[in-house]
Design a protein around this ligand. Structure first.
Ligand code: FAD
Ligand code: A2P
Length: 278
C-alpha cells in the first residue's frame, strides 16, 4: 500500500520510518561521556539550541525515549548528540554501546528555550554550561547567525575533571580552524568566540565553579570584560537544577531578567537533565 510508511527494525523491533535513523559516527570521550551522529531526516527543521526526543526500542516493545539537545548547528546534514553514560540508566546503559550503521529512534519535533529568538538583541552572548549542558551551545557556536546577532560570544564550560572538558575544547579548536565559517562570518570571528573552560575537582589552568568565577570577577578580569549589564549582555544557562538555580541568582544580581520564546528578555535557562532537584 503506497500510503503506508515503510518500516525498519531497531533492536529487533519494527519501527515506522521516518523515526529510525542510522548512526554514522560514535566517539567515546571518557568512561562517562560519548557523542554520536545520525543522518538528518529530511523532515527535521530546528533552531540551533533546541532539543528532540531520541532513544531505542524498549523491552516492552514501546520506544524508550529521552530528551537530547542537538549539538550540531541547524545547517548540518547530520545531527550530533553529546551524551552521558548513566551506568544503570534505562536508556544510556544501552545507548552507550550503539555502533556505526545501527539505528536509533528519533522524533522530529524540536523544542526548547535556548534559542536566539528568546533573547532581546544585545552585544555579548554568554553561554554558561556544566557537564553535558554544553550540547545546545555546541550547536549555537557553530551557527553563523549567532555571530550575526552578537559581536562577542563567551562560552563558559565547567566540569569536575580535565578529561570532561575535551569535547568542548575540540569543538572550539575545530570552529577556529573552520575556513567556511570564517568565510561566512568574517575572518575575525575566531576572536569573537571567547572560551573559558574550568575544572572544580582536578587541577587545571582555570579552576572554579562558573558562579564563583563570575561573582569574584575572575572571569571578567581574565577576559578583560568590564562588567555584565542588561544593556548589552545576554545569557543562556544549561546544567543541573542546582546550577540553574544558582546562576539565576547571579544573573539577576547583574540586573538581567529571565526571558522565554514568547517573551524575550536578557537570559534563558534549560535543564541539561532531570535529577534529584525536581
Ligand atoms: P535517566 O533515568 O534519564 O537518568 C538517571 C539519572 O542520571 C538522572 O536522575 C540524573 O541524576 C542522571 N543524569 C541523566 N542525564 C544526565 C546528564 N546529561 N548529565 C548528568 N547526569 C545525568 N542528556 C545528555 O546526555 N545529553 C543531552 O544533550 C541531554 N539533553 C537534555 C535536554 C533536556 C531538555 C532534558 C530534560 C534532558 C536532557 N538530557 C541530556 C538528559 C537525558 O534526557 C537522559 O536523562 C539521559 O540520557 C539519561 O537517560 P537514562 O534513561 O540512561 O537515565
Ligand atoms: P563541583 O565539583 O564543585 O560540584 P556534576 O558532575 O556534579 O554534574 O557537576 C558538573 C560541574 O558543575 C562540576 O564542576 C560542579 O562543581 C559544577 N556545579 C555543580 N553544581 C553547581 C552549582 N550549583 N553552581 C555552580 N556549579 C555547579
Amino acid at each position: 500500500m503506497t500510503d503506508q510508511m515503510p518500516v525498519t527494525t531497531v533492536n529487533a523491533k519494527t519501527v515506522t520510518l521516518p523515526d529510525a535513523q542510522t548512526v554514522t559516527h560514535v566517539r567515546h570521550w571518557t568512561d562517562r561521556l560519548f557523542s554520536f551522529r545520525v543522518k538528518r531526516p529530511a523532515s527535521l527543521r530546528f533552531r540551533s539550541g533546541e532539543f528532540v526526543m531520541l532513544g531505542l526500542m524498549g523491552d516492552s516493545g514501546k520506544p524508550l525515549l529521552r530528551a537530547y539537545s542537538i549539538a550540531s548547528p541547524a545547517w548540518d546534514d547530520e545531527l550530533e548528540f553529546y551524551s552521558i553514560k548513566v551506568p544503570d540508566g534505562p536508556l544510556t546503559s544501552r545507548l552507550q554501546h550503539v555502533r556505526e550503521g545501527e539505528q536509533i529512534i528519533l522524533r522530529t519535533k524540536p523544542v526548547g528555550t535556548l534559542v536566539l529568538d528568546a533573547l532581546l538583541p544585545g552585544n555579548r552572548l554568554w553561554l554558561f554550561a556544566t557537564g553535558t549542558g554544553i550540547a545546545p551551545f555546541a550547536s549555537l557556536v557553530r551557527d553563523p547567525e549567532t555571530y550575526e546577532r552578537y559581536a562577542e560570544v563567551v562560552l563558559m564550560h565547567t566540569c569536575r575533571d580535565v578529561a570532561e572538558l575535551d569535547y568542548g575544547r575540540k569543538l572550539v579548536e575545530s570552529i577556529r580552524a573552520d575556513d567556511l565559517l570564517a568565510e561566512l562570518i568574517g575572518e575575525d570571528f575566531a576572536d569573537r568566540l571567547r572560551y573559558y573552560p574550568s575544572t572544580t575537582r582536578e587541577p587545571s589552568a582555570t579552576m572554579g565553579r562558573i558562579t564563583d568565577n563570575l561573582l569574584t570577577g575572575k572571569v571578567l578580569a581574565d577576559l578583560a570584560i568590564d562588567g555584565i549589564s542588561p544593556d548589552k549582555d545576554r545569557g543562556m544557562v544549561c546544567g543541573s537544577f542546582e546550577f540553574i538555580k544558582d546562576m539565576k541568582a547571579v544573573l539577576e544580581g547583574f540586573g538581567l531578567e529571565e526571558g522565554a520564546n514568547s517573551d524575550p528578555k536578557h537570559y534563558v535557562v534549560e535543564k541539561a537533565f532531570v535529577g534529584d532537584g525536581i
